[in-house]
Design a binder for this molecule. Structure first.
Ligand code: NAD
Length: 425
């Protein structure tokens, strides 16, 4: 129960995720030689909605929660992005996450803009029936601005396929007919796609193995650590271990565990299903240690943003960081990691597998024609590796980091769409 507390308590750089996202945009605009007006247009979200969510609790009392939906960019297609239930949600965080979604969709050539939603709530403190009421009220407030051709939510921290089913049902009832394409990450019984639940983690591991190969690391002789054991981290740990890596450290919000001989990930998954945490499965991390600082080859931060800041980055020993989470590394940390020779595979590439298979799910729902899991996995792998090759080639040919290369490739695509459409009126 020690290391993650120290991670949580590590001072974040003073900048917010939105400052970080804008710094990355500024660097990409400079690399591309675009003018200030484009920066000004892309630094601001296109549309944002904040709603009150009055909730009748199971004991009869009423409390009022706050929710947001931010659509950062709609130039390349409908907005797309997850919905987060977390006590840390604030509007600037949602704005940053929406901007990163725009770049991710452009980089992976998925015909969407970027969006994100959030409700400031700790889902662990509410019953299933209360979560259903929160989700349905949030959806009904947002009904005018979401839809298969407008903005398509998906799961993120604190939400899952059941949340998506409630959104889809609430939206469909208001429209008077079933609208499968309004969300992705749905249960299979409601038009979900095979392979969606594991897509983000699979994508993380496809690019992790490619990045390792690029610096001469063999899976069978490499070690890994994963921060966060939720939808992304748990699959990433499983697929890394299936690929032959020894996963020697894992953490969640309750604490961290280590096993130098390698953690049995399927057994850990059973433990987490029974107890709700990785804690207690094997030895805890030493007091004051962080999973981020373990002596491993590959580190996958798959929890929340801003965990690698200027001070925590100095403790990193990994040779490769593959960002399962959105925004885990601040710009100051990026500079520290680059000076340490650590290869950082940025979030908008590394964790894009989720939005790629969300896109496949939307395509399948719109065509009412379902693909096999092999088809989904093959197409995902192909898209991830082709994006990896583009980003790496651009990074090498311009002498810039993988993040600067990924962001500038993405910003260029969005800028071209803007320029082709022109300004109206
Ligand atoms: P989740 O709620 O399923 O899991 C989050 C995990 O992080 C939990 O295990 C939690 O205990 C842990 N955690 C929270 N704070 C922590 C801390 N300070 N230290 C260590 N662990 C901590 O969420 P998720 O869907 O797995 O999302 C994780 C990250 O991946 C987020 O940044 C999210 O935006 C990003 N992401 C998710 C998807 C997706 O498809 N779910 C896609 C792309 C990116």
């Amino acid at each position: 129960m020690t290391s993650v507390l120290s991670e949580q308590q590590a001072p974040r750089d003073l900048a917010s995720p939105l400052d970080d996202a804008r710094t990355q945009l500024r660097e990409a605009i400079d690399v591309l030689g675009y003018d200030e007006s484009l920066y000004a247009m892309l630094a601001q979200p296109r549309r944002e909605v904040t709603v009150s969510i009055p909730l009748r609790r199971d004991d009869g009392s009423v409390e009022v929660l706050t929710g947001h939906r931010v659509q950062h960019n709609l130039s390349r297609g409908p907005a797309k992005g997850g919905l987060r239930f977390s006590p840390d949600v604030d509007l600037d965080e949602v704005r940053a996450l929406a901007m990163w979604m725009t770049w991710k969709c452009a980089l992976l050539d998925v015909p969407y803009g970027g969006a994100k939603g959030g409700v400031r709530v700790d889902p662990r403190l509410y019953s299933e029936a209360e979560l259903e009421r929160i989700t349905r009220r949030y959806t009904s407030e947002l009904t005018p601005v979401i839809g298969p051709e407008i903005d398509i939510p998906a799961p993120d921290i604190g939400t899952d396929e059941q949340t998506m089913a409630w959104i889809m049902d609430t939206y469909s009832v208001s429209r008077g007919h079933t609208v499968l394409g309004v969300v992705t990450g749905k249960p299979m019984s409601l038009g979900g796609s095979l392979g969606r639940a594991s897509a983000t983690s699979r994508g993380v591991v496809h690019v992790a193995l490619a990045a390792m190969e690029s610096i001469g690391l063999q899976a069978s002789s490499s070690t890994a650590a994963v921060q966060g054991f939720g939808k992304v981290g748990r699959g990433a740990a499983r697929f890394l271990s299936e690929a032959g890596l020894r996963v020697v450290g894992v953490s969640d919000q309750y604490g961290g565990i280590v096993a130098p001989e390698g953690i049995d990930i399927p057994a850990l998954e059973e433990h987490v299903d029974e107890t709700g945490s990785v804690v207690g499965f094997c030895s805890p991390l030493d007091e004051g240690d962080s999973v981020l600082a373990l002596d491993v080859d590959v580190l996958v931060p798959a929890a929340v943003e801003g965990v690698l800041n200027a001070s925590t980055a100095r403790l990193v020993k990994a040779k490769v960081i593959v960002e399962g989470a959105n925004g885990p590394t601040t710009p100051d940390a990026d500079r520290v990691l680059a000076s340490q020779g650590c290869l950082v595979v940025p979030d908008i590439l590394a964790n894009a597998g989720g939005v790629v298979v969300s896109y496949f799910e939307w395509v399948q729902a719109n065509q009412a024609y379902w693909w096999s899991s092999e088809e989904v996995d093959d197409r995902l792998r192909e898209r991830m590796l082709s994006a990896w090759t583009n980003v790496r080639t651009h990074s090498e040919s311009h002498g810039i980091t993988l993040r600067a290369a990924a962001t500038s490739l993405a910003v260029k695509k969005v800028a071209e769409a803007h320029q082709a459409r022109g300004l109206y009126p």
